[in-house]
Write a protein that binds this ligand. Structure first.
Ligand code: NAG
Ligand code: NAG
Ligand code: NAG
Ligand code: NAG
Length: 515
């Protein structure tokens, strides 16, 4: 626009400065507003069961989100539910929280200790509204241990695991009596009988998102969405299962339907975020909690072993980062990343918060690795676990260092060392599609007393070639590392069942029983 008059020139100046002010405000708003963080944790979701790894089960939503973001292809979780959740919430290894043995049972007086803040505590401290939907599984014998008292503004979900997807009950020690395990901040929720959990949790998350947007509060949202899917019991609405009628194996077909529901739930959550105008400022993380359980429809082929195992099928996880606020797109990340890393990665890397006030963290801030180009992992090694309470196996193989009868595993660069009893190391193909007959298992040839394995995971991710005899110096060095790390361990906290936990004694619902 050419200005011939003084008035016109003044007008132009005003327009320019208004634009300048608006831009500055936008920029300031942009700096102040931290990204929303949506963390979706799937349960017992196998390595071979996401569309972009497998061929049998279709997951269009997850595939697209991963395609638009960063696929984590050297990503590790723990072999079971509570252990992975404990490390996600605390950023600390199980050997430092007393949770190194198996899982937390609903009748045990044990829990993720209160001595260090959770990821929700820290995100709340840095200004987030924090909400949790779904499965907790980190102990609940006192009120102080409930999620709403561990950093979450609101909680809606299951305290334990393996609840009925429809009536939300789970059994007592006698395996006869079943009791409700569904609550929110105010106590038990009785009104959801018959509401399938994947739908129920998804709808709850959608409500949290729309309410958050309506408040137009300046606080960012942290939503921890821990689906029950796709853990057993294998329960699924018929319409989802029918899409997989070509799978003849009952467990696998139901499981496939459950994955389909999960994928749809994630789609609905992303739609809710988009509708609320929040997607562009969201970091979206998806992870499994452990490998698939082959006895409950899951599959990890071509990896070795399954849920519970220290072979890769138990611990190498499906995971990716996506969301409108992620600038890195269409990338496959092959750096070593672990579930304990989310604590510093999300609190510091994404939210810009401080890591003060925690006990020593075992996780590393991996945000530079996830968002950068060719930025190496912040970790050089990864302790998978040390479990001195697990049944010992074989004879001690080295006299001067770690007792190789004890269950443990560590990763150092390319190499992984396993000792003791790692659980079944078979390779299992998905049952019953056209080409693979039901029950196609390639059994491990390892004898029952073998207790040391060394693999080059980079060259041999399916763990076919044990190198322990070829490289004894690697074995020795890594055994020494386990011994040294073990000096920092606290004793496992795995108490006997507490009869006082019986829901029959307190209102017929699962919940805290110690004052
Ligand atoms: C709840 O569902 C489970 C199956 O998951 C079933 O065994 C149990 O009988 C059901 N309980 C009630 C009260 O309907
Ligand atoms: C997703 O949303 C559609 C449309 O509202 C609904 O029919 C479906 O049940 C929802 N699925 C899940 C898993 O919540
Ligand atoms: C951590 O530092 C922040 C300020 O940087 C402070 O508000 C908070 O109270 C500190 N937390 C602890 C546990 O020291
Ligand atoms: C492990 O395999 C990788 C990839 O093939 C290779 O670069 C590396 O040298 C191997 N490490 C050892 C110790 O053999």
């Amino acid at each position: 626009m050419l200005c011939a008059t003084v008035t016109c020139a003044l007008l132009l100046v005003t327009q320019v400065s208004e634009a300048f002010i608006t831009n500055t405000n936008n920029a300031r708003k942009h700096i102040v507003q931290k990204p929303n963080i949506i963390f979706i944790l799937a349960d017992d979701y196998g390595f071979n069961d996401i569309g972009y790894h497998g061929t049998q089960i279709k997951t269009p939503t997850l595939d697209q989100l991963a395609e638009e973001g960063v696929k984590l292809e050297n990503y590790y979780v723990q072999p079971r539910c509570s252990p992975t959740r404990s490390q996600l919430m605390s950023g600390r290894y199980q050997i430092h929280t007393g949770l190194q043995h198996l899982i937390l049972w609903r009748w045990q007086r044990a829990a993720l200790p209160l001595d260090s803040p959770t990821i929700a505590d820290k995100l709340k401290e840095t200004g987030y509204s924090t909400h949790m939907v779904g499965k907790w599984h980190l102990g609940f014998y006192t009120e102080a241990l409930l999620p709403q008292n561990r950093g979450f503004d609101s909680y809606f979900g299951y305290l334990s695991c393996t609840e009925s997807y429809y009536n939300h009950t789970i059994d007592w020690l006698d395996h006869k009596h079943r009791y409700l395990d569904l609550r929110d901040n105010n106590g038990p929720v009785y009104s959801k009988d018959g509401h399938y959990s994947t739908h129920m949790f998804t709808e709850h998350a959608e409500n949290i998102i729309s309410r958050h947007a309506e408040k137009s509060s300046s606080s960012p949202l942290f939503l921890y969405m821990a689906y029950e899917a796709v853990h057993s019991p294998l329960e699924v609405p018929k319409s989802y299962e029918e899409k997989y009628s070509f799978i003849k194996d009952d467990n696998r077909r139901r499981y496939a339907g459950m994955v389909d529901t999960l994928d749809e739930g994630v789609r609905n959550i992303t739609h809710a975020l988009k509708k609320a105008g929040m997607w562009e400022n969201t970091i979206f993380v998806f992870s499994t909690d452990n490998g698939g359980d082959i006895k409950a429809g899951g599959n990890n082929y071509p990896l070795r072993g399954w849920k519970g195992s220290l072979f890769e099928g138990g611990i190498r996880g499906v995971g990716f980062v996506s969301g409108g606020a992620l600038k890195t797109r269409g990338v496959v990340n092959r750096e070593l990343i672990h579930v304990s890393d989310w604590f510093p990665t999300l609190v510091k890397g994404v939210a810009g918060g401080s890591l003060n006030g925690t006990l020593a963290l075992d996780g590393f801030d991996q945000w530079p690795t996830i968002t950068g180009k060719d930025v190496p992992s912040a970790r050089s090694y990864l302790l998978h676990n040390i479990d001195i309470s697990y049944p010992k196996r074989g004879k001690k193989m080295f006299s001067d260092t770690w007792d190789t009868r004890v269950r443990a595993a560590i990763r150092l660069g390319d190499m992984k060392l396993i000792t003791g009893q790692p659980d079944d190391g078979s390779w299992v193909k998905p049952p019953s599609d056209e080409s693979v007959p039901h029950g196609d298992v390639i059994h491990s040839k390892d004898q029952g007393y073998k207790n040391v394995w060394l693999f080059n995971i980079t060259a041999d991710p399916t763990e076919h070639y044990d190198l322990s005899e070829k490289y004894p110096h690697h074995v020795h060095h890594m055994l020494d590392m386990i011994s040294a790390i073990d000096l920092t361990a606290v004793p496992p906290n795995y108490p006997k069942p507490d009869p006082a936990s019986n829901p029959a004694l307190h209102g017929g619902v699962w919940g805290p029983w110690v004052k």
